[in-house]
Design a protein around this ligand. Structure first.
Ligand code: SF4
Length: 350
């Protein structure tokens, strides 16, 4: 099945779509009008690798805070607004780089026009975000709650904005159900060229949210669908960014990192390979070099299974071998293994 290529849309200084790097998004949990807390959360998200940050705008104080927040941060800022055209206008006038609305709940065509005119005047972009909880009634009645009603509802909102001359649009059609999310984006991707913001909504607490998001976003990204993504986790948003980056890496959409390969170990393992794998993983976590490093449980299978690694180690009960590209370069005692391995690792990553 082939899916449409997307066009580029600008969000602050960043472009998404049209083959640009897939951008990682997250959302602040602080009240937006608490400017210090919001900015410190944004700074944590940026350090973790977030590319775009979203804040919710519930009242005029939140909309007004956007001006100060923008002056203190570098990341593109998205304002998330429901039900109020005047808050959307205020958020835009205060300098947000993109707004997220559902035109279906912003209060009729006049209000949509008011927001659309403001979007155009300030040359910003907009995400039309429809999820299973906000499908328009006419489509729910016609199709039930499924991928067709999600997509039709989103496309109707898009058409409304297009009628008022807005073209810098990003679309999302999220569900909390993984198969429905995948079906909806696949359908949408055949019907539009706007960039797609992908994610599973209300995905749950950390472990299940990561599993659901990996399943849905992994399938979509491997299809070539998705220009920006958010992993929704009930918890610290920094974890969302880490999970999103790991999903991109797992599906080969981000290769600028150190990939640590380690075996699960079995009865053949007679040294502390698990502990070393953990230490190596932490040590290289911030390094942006495309390297493959292996920590394997035994010399019987380790070097062979990790032949394609830039550097690897495998052990027995009394010695370890360090290898590069499948060739053993050193044999060291188990006691010295960690020190010797980190020496070689430093040579590669520094
Ligand atoms: S590399 Fe060795 S220790 Fe690790 S799983 Fe394979 S056989 Fe077991």
């Amino acid at each position: 099945m082939s899916y449409n290529k997307t066009v580029k849309v600008k969000i602050g200084a960043l472009y998404i779509g049209g083959g640009e790097k897939i951008a990682v998004q997250s959302m602040c949990t602080a009240k937006t009008s608490d400017i210090d807390k919001t900015c410190s959360q944004i700074s944590e998200l940026e350090k973790a690798g977030c590319d775009i940050v979203r804040v919710s705008v519930l009242d005029e104080a939140d909309a007004a805070a956007i001006k100060q927040i923008k002056s203190k941060i570098k990341l593109p800022l998205v304002a998330d607004i429901h039900f109020s055209a005047s808050l959307a206008v205020s958020a835009i006038e205060n300098g947000c780089d993109k707004i997220r609305i559902n035109p279906g709940n912003i209060g009729g065509a006049d209000n949509v026009k008011k927001v659309a005119d403001c979007i155009k005047a300030h040359k910003i972009s907009v995400r039309v975000g429809v999820n299973t909880g906000s499908i328009e009634k006419e489509f729910l009645e016609k199709y039930g709650k499924n991928e067709i009603s999600l997509v039709e509802s989103a496309l109707k909102s898009v058409a409304l904005l297009e009628n008022f001359g807005v073209n810098d649009i990003v679309i999302s059609v999220k569900a909390s159900d993984v198969p429905l999310t995948v079906k909806a984006y696949r359908l949408l991707s055949r019907k539009t060229c706007y960039p797609l913001h992908i994610g599973v909504t209300e995905a749950g607490t950390e472990q299940m949210a990561v599993v659901k998001s990996s399943a849905a976003l992994g399938a979509l990204l491997l299809d070539g669908i998705g220009d920006t993504l958010r992993v929704s986790i009930t918890g610290d948003p920094v974890k969302e960014v880490t999970a999103a980056k790991n999903i991109l890496r797992a599906v080969g959409k981000d290769n600028d990192y150190v990939n640590v390969i380690s075996c699960p170990t079995c009865g053949r393992c007679q040294w502390q390979s698990m502990a070393l794998a953990e230490k190596v993983g932490e040590y290289v976590s911030g390094c942006a070099k495309p390297l493959k490093i292996a920590v394997m449980g035994c010399v019987v299978n380790g070097p062979g299974e990790a032949k394609d690694c830039d550097l690897g180690i495998a052990g027995t009960h009394d010695y370890c071998v360090i290898f590069k590209n499948g060739e053993i370069i050193k044999r060291v005692s188990v006691e010295n293994a960690e020190k010797e391995f980190f020496k070689e690792l430093d040579g590669l990553i520094r």
